[in-house]
Design a protein around this ligand. Sequence first.
Ligand code: AMP
Length: 273
Amino acid sequence: MQHLSNQLRRDNKSIGFVPTMGALHEGHLSLIRRASKENDMVVVSIFVNPLQFGPSEDFNKYPRDTRGDSEKLKKEGIGILFMPEASDMYPEGFSTQVEVEGISNKLCGKFRPGHFRGVATVVTKLFNIIKPHRAYFGQKDFEQAVIIKRSVKDLNMDIDIIVCPIVREKDGLAISSRNLYLNPEERKAATVIYGCLMETTNLIKSGIIDKARIKRFMEERLSGEPLVTEIQYASAYDPETLDALPEVKQEVLLAVALKIGKTRLIDNVLLKI
Ligand code: AMP
């Protein structure tokens, strides 16, 4: 892969990179299409990264569909699919990790210790292998995008990070590989998340900017759905620091993480007021 990237760079070809964990869906494809438009060559990686899963998380049962994924990429006309094995990425003796301090312990990081260290490490490694000019991430994983931008800036990586809008199902549910875990009742119940985000948007637009009220409204709306088993966070945050805001200012991130049954789902909207 490094030889290929060196050759592309020697030929003055721009490289756009889309890192994924596979089980490709329309969300991934939207990043890939954007990368295709803006670069001479697109590299898609598929790697279910063991480093970013906690011991009680779903690493083993995470959906994998190599054949379906390759078909989808072929249809999109994507040039390079990079699919390393864990033993290639983490051979014996591997001992360097990338830790973005502070932000990695907020929101999802609070509930998934070590997760963002695993993400920042694998993305840094993939950047060094693929040597992209631009890399594409989804707003769906808002905290991840903030962390990657931070690490790129802090470590002087010469890569543009482009964050793309969330692709949703017709009923508003953010598309995610983990939606495959939901049974039909749970799938229906999952629409509570987008409903909550939209109603909270309207609440803020109507002039309610007090964070405590917004948080209460969101939590009550979400817990009204009986299949929601745990609300990890649901509130208004500063989109840069990810801290809770006492009062909503010009830009606000409404973000939610919860479990429906055993499935953990996240979503967010970014509001400009
Ligand atoms: P994953 O395979 O879940 O690690 O996701 C790979 C990339 O696709 C990440 O940058 C995600 O934020 C992005 N992504 C996942 N779901 C969506 C979606 N519904 N809309 C836009 N981007 C997404």
